[in-house]
Design a protein around this ligand. Structure first.
Ligand SMILES: [Zn+2]
Length: 116
């Protein structure tokens, strides 16, 4: 069993939630949503499923190395996303579906630019 997230991760997540760093980018009229968490290293793309029927995902290094590696159960982005949804403390930004591809493209370009 992976360890529970460390106190440092919990505290970081709390800070992010307090700053409304968890954002849902909501696209109309399809209703598609992209969740991001503003982090120290830049924005992370998260896929947090409250029903926990699917595998969760985050684009950060901590997730790839330590969550997928089985060392910890969640990175601080996923903790923040969970808390923000539970407490209803996140920012919602409405976009048009026309903007979906360019939004995703620039988000992914930003994330990939940090992977080297
Ligand atoms: Zn993460």
């Amino acid at each position: 069993m992976p360890d529970k997230p460390s106190l440092a991760r919990e505290q970081r997540a709390e800070k992010v939630v307090n700053n409304l760093g968890v954002k849902v980018h909501h696209f109309e009229p399809s209703g598609r949503q992209i969740w991001t968490v503003v982090g120290i290293e830049g924005d992370a793309l998260v896929d947090y499923d409250p029903s926990e029927t699917r595998q969760q995902y985050c684009s950060c290094d901590d997730f790839h190395f330590r969550v997928l590696g089985g060392t910890v159960s969640e990175c601080y982005h996923l903790i923040a996303a969970r808390k923000a949804r539970e407490e209803n403390r996140y920012s919602k930004i409405i976009f048009s579906d026309i903007e979906y591809v360019s939004f995703l493209r620039s988000l992914l370009a930003d994330i990939f630019s940090r992977i080297s």
